[in-house]
Design a protein. Structure first.
Length: 221
């Protein structure tokens, strides 16, 4: 009889007639569960926390690691106190935004298949299938690996500089509307800003500075 009353009451409420009745069940265990929501799950909090961390998408969170450990990520990433050592000429270009003389870069005419990575931090920047012959005197690409290259206004007020997203090392400049390829984009990159890893060879781990890895990362929504 009591359950019939409950069902009738909910039917009336569902039609929008009255507020739902406050139901108190005599069963002690059910009453205790309703009164204490924390006891609704028999799974320990520590297990729930571990499950949540395991299900997070790689890259959603960055934990503190020493330089011998790998960060949780889809790519091979290590934490270090510093980036790769640069020669004076490499530093002039990568750190001080210099430019190679046209036609002198080792990769301008490179047609081998593989991946171009940042010379300073090893982040993968371009795939060889995005490279094309522009005749401009520097290696040219019409697309970058997603998220690997950042565009910033050049100090000259006219051009758009491109830098490695990971370490902010100078790569070169990007130009639009030249109609070299269907993508209508030309990344004009200094050879000394990159290293070429031939297809089939293992890519080196991308270097993330320790202080950068320690910064909190916003979870994806």
């Amino acid at each position: 009889m009591r359950w019939q009353f409950v069902c009738i009451s909910w039917i009336i409420f569902d039609c929008g007639c009255i507020e739902p009745p406050q139901i108190t069940l005599s069963d002690a265990s059910i009453t205790q569960t309703l009164a204490d929501p924390d006891k609704q799950s028999s799974t320990p909090a520590s297990v729930n926390k571990e499950s949540a961390e395991t299900s997070a998408t790689p890259g959603d969170q960055v934990q503190r690691h020493d330089s011998t450990k790998v960060l949780p990520s889809k790519e091979n990433v290590i934490v270090s106190e510093s980036y790769n050592k640069l020669t004076a000429e490499e530093a002039r270009i990568i750190l001080h935004k210099g430019t190679e003389y046209a036609g002198t870069g080792e990769y301008e005419h490179n047609k081998a298949k593989g991946t171009y990575i940042c010379r300073q931090c090893n982040a993968a920047l371009y795939q060889s299938d995005s490279k094309f012959a522009s005749g401009c005197g520097w290696p040219s690409f019409d697309d970058e690996i997603k998220g690997a290259v950042t565009r910033v206004p050049d100090k000259d007020g006219f051009r758009t500089e491109i830098v490695c997203t990971n370490c902010k090392g100078h790569l070169g400049h990007v130009f639009l509307g030249e109609a070299f390829t269907a993508k209508n984009t030309r990344h004009c990159v200094n050879s000394l800003s990159m290293k070429f890893i031939a297809e089939g060879e293992k890519l080196p781990a991308k270097i993330v500075l320790k202080e950068e890895a320690a910064k909190p990362v916003e979870l994806k929504k």
